[in-house]
Design a protein. Structure first.
Length: 100
């Protein structure tokens, strides 16, 4: 029995199992990183119909609102652009969300 060959075969399985585990947990790793506290605590804010209409009236292109669960920062981003601090006009939208 070639010991090196045997070890290589086992590493191969480690890589496969590792990749599957990584894929299964990827969504939590990909959680947005908060630019203010540097932690991965960002969650997108789900708006109701009225909130969505209000947000659309700001004239932003595909905006998404984010709330940081760690430091309570309020942020927004257009399409997949940079995260920006949400100014006063967003306050009412964030306050529509039921607090968890
Ligand atoms: Zn934060």
């Amino acid at each position: 029995m070639d010991i090196w060959h045997q070890m290589a075969k086992e590493w191969y399985w480690f890589v496969i199992v590792g990749a599957l585990v990584a894929v299964a947990f990827a969504p939590s790793f990909l959680k947005g990183k908060c630019p203010q506290c540097r932690k991965r605590g960002l969650v997108s804010v789900d708006l109701d119909q009225v909130g969505q209409e209000q947000l659309a009236s700001f004239g932003l292109s595909f905006p998404t609102l984010y709330n940081c669960r760690k430091c309570q920062a309020r942020l927004y981003r257009e399409r997949s652009g940079e995260l920006k601090a949400a100014d006063d006009r967003f306050t009412a939208l964030f306050e529509r969300e039921p607090t968890v």
